[in-house]
Design a binder for this molecule. Structure first.
Ligand code: AGP
Length: 592
């Protein structure tokens, strides 16, 4: 959600660097973008546009410049217009700022600045930032970083800001709640919302923590606590992601590339240190109340884990969507364990839930994909799923990797860690076989038959129920078809009224004790005219179309969601939608 990227260093093409980097942050979701660079003669050059950056030529930003900032905006305060796009500037055009998050007290600050003669060109909360910095710089002897620090102390809300000054080569950044990472090169620095922005130049990073600011000046870098001004020493971290991992390679879209990555990612997720998994299993066994907590797809993963823990480990856990979690504070104790699950590790609702857990003294275990992310660093204990960068807005390989780790933990609680690992490695092999061109073509053919429908329903029972909910998210977010998932047995209590002649209904099945029940539910649907597409290891006569999946036992939900990911992708492409960048959505949702 909003991409921030800035460069300062010896290179003379800062504009091209930040434009290219911004293109690598496109997956975060945005509706407008902009760039500002300090030219050789000390003047500021900027451009802003509404829409996508994809077609913009890098060469158009090749003016000689060693300092530039860029931003992709996902509108919150003020409509999607060129005026509201970032960067925003001080009245004297000295300071340029890009910002992610929300300055909640911007109206009060704006009134105060207007009273001092400042005029504003946009409807955004962001514009108060450069104006306030300009005002603070008026005090003789105040340096840029002092002015930024003093400004930050006035802000209420969650934000990440990056500030450049036309009169120097200095970059100052600060964060409270929204991610910022510094890429460190040879006497050069990159400051971005996410690593893919600068992966082409460096894999060495320093993480900015909440409540910290960073100043890059004359080739030196300095981290400080915003509140106290105290300097902070940082550890240089080497990222093991490569450009290839973050690239879509031979595929037209990241979503398809990431679906195909699942040939390897289950295996990578299972590759965990036994000692750590057993430690986590013990913590779940001994805690007084365990709550799984996440958003969106990761939330559906948690619901599947609820079944894993119940069926495999005979252990009861609860699930709460992160946005609802604060309501649980009455039940939290120091002995409670909260398991948060997140691909990005930056989801604001999850971070907020962790804060609530912390206030109660509860312990937090994080299962994340992004090493060094805010959630990973704020947790008491972290397990990485090792799926590699996931850039399509629709989560695919991260979701199956998260399920794999949770299923492994459930087996560890049951004292069957090796059984769990073997089961998952077998599932990984089955997925590898499944993801062949004929299989994908078969699903594309099914998509062709149903792509014109505006409504479709998905049913599942047991651990296939959360997968029915997840299937609906996948189809909704990329194809914009109205899809809804139900527990199969719930149909007759209301939703069956929606079924008309030819309505596509997808049934997710395993070869398990629920087969007879779900077949009855399918019969009920068929009797009302539904067109049945079954994802099942076994074929039954009542299916109109069949997507064969391997019989994977407890790993069935992991296996079953994969053909649905391909179906959702195919529906999006057939309907002329861009599956990587669905409308109104962002990859990491860093606002509440
Ligand atoms: C997934 O397809 C969605 N785009 C979305 O629901 C996502 O899973 C959710 O926003 C949580 O993100 P996270 O895993 O990065 O925390």
């Amino acid at each position: 959600m909003c991409g921030i990227f800035g460069y300062t260093g010896p290179r003379k093409n800062a504009g091209v660097i930040v434009i290219k980097g911004l293109k690598n942050l496109e997956y975060r979701g945005y509706d407008s973008w902009g760039v500002a660079m300090r030219l050789k003669d000390g003047t500021l050059s900027s451009s802003k546009e509404v829409g996508k950056i994809g077609a913009v030529r890098n060469e158009d930003f090749s003016d000689e410049s060693s300092l530039a900032i860029a931003h992709s905006r996902w509108a919150t305060h003020g409509g999607v217009t060129k005026e509201n796009a970032h960067p925003h500037f001080s009245g004297d055009q000295r300071i340029a700022v890009v910002h992610n998050g929300i300055i909640e007290n911007f109206e009060e600050l704006r009134r105060e600045l207007e009273a001092k003669g400042h005029t504003f060109a946009s409807e955004t909360d962001t514009e108060v930032i450069p104006h306030l910095i300009e005002e603070l710089l008026k005090t003789k002897g105040t340096t840029l970083h002092e002015a930024v620090r003093a400004a930050c102390k006035r802000f209420v809300g969650r934000y990440a800001i990056l500030v450049m000054d036309r009169t120097s080569e200095t970059l100052v950044a600060a964060r409270t709640g929204s991610p910022l990472i510094v890429g460190v090169g040879e006497k050069e620095f990159f400051i971005a919302s996410d690593i893919p922005a600068f992966l082409e130049y460096t894999r060495t990073v320093e993480y900015l923590d909440d409540g910290e600011m960073v100043t890059v000046e004359n080739g030196a870098i300095r981290f400080q606590n915003i509140e106290t001004g105290e300097e902070r020493a940082k550890r240089l971290v080497t990222i093991d992601w490569t450009i290839k991992d973050a690239d879509k390679g031979e595929y037209e879209h990241y979503m398809m590339k990431e679906i195909m990555d699942q040939k390897q990612t289950i295996q990578r997720a299972v590759h965990q240190d036994d000692e750590q998994i057993l430690k986590v299993a013990k913590a779940i066994e001994t805690c007084l109340g365990c709550i799984l907590c996440a958003c969106g797809t990761a939330g559906k993963v948690c619901m599947a884990a609820d079944y894993f823990f119940s069926v495999v480990a005979k252990r009861h856990v609860n699930f709460a969507p992160a946005s609802e979690f604060p309501i649980y504070h009455h039940f939290l104790k120091p002995e409670s364990l909260i398991i948060v699950v997140s691909q990005s590790g930056e989801t604001a609702d999850v971070l907020e839930a962790m804060k609530v857990a912390r206030q109660a003294g509860s312990k937090v275990l994080a299962i994340v994909n992004t090493e060094g992310s805010s959630i990973a660093r704020a947790a008491d204990f972290t397990l990485l799923i090792n799926a590699g960068p996931e850039r399509a807005v629709a989560s695919t390989k991260a979701a199956t990797g998260q399920m794999a780790v949770l299923l492994l933990i459930a087996h560890a609680i049951a004292g069957k860690l090796n059984v769990g690992r073997t089961l998952l490695l077998e599932a990984s092999g089955q997925i590898n076989d499944m993801l062949n061109p004929r299989y994908i073509e078969h699903i594309r053919g099914i998509a062709q038959k149903i792509a014109h429908h505006e409504n479709m329903y998905i049913i599942g029972k047991g651990w296939n129920y959360p997968m029915a909910l997840e299937s609906a998210i996948k189809i909704q977010e990329v194809s914009y078809i109205h899809a809804e998932g139900f527990a199969a047995g719930e149909l007759k209590h209301g939703p069956i009224a929606l079924i008309e002649e030819g309505t596509p209904c997808i049934a997710l099945m395993g070869n398990d004790e629920f087969t007879a029940d779900i077949l009855s539910n399918i019969m009920e649907l068929k009797a009302r005219g539904a067109y049945i597409i079954a994802v099942s290891p076994v074929r039954h006569d009542m299916f109109d179309l069949w997507i064969k999946v391997p019989d994977a036992g407890a790993a069935q939900p992991i296996v079953n969601i994969i053909p649905i990911q391909i179906l959702a992708y195919s529906l999006a492409v057939l309907r002329g939608k861009d599956p990587d960048m669905p409308r109104n959505l962002a990859k990491s949702v860093t606002v509440k």
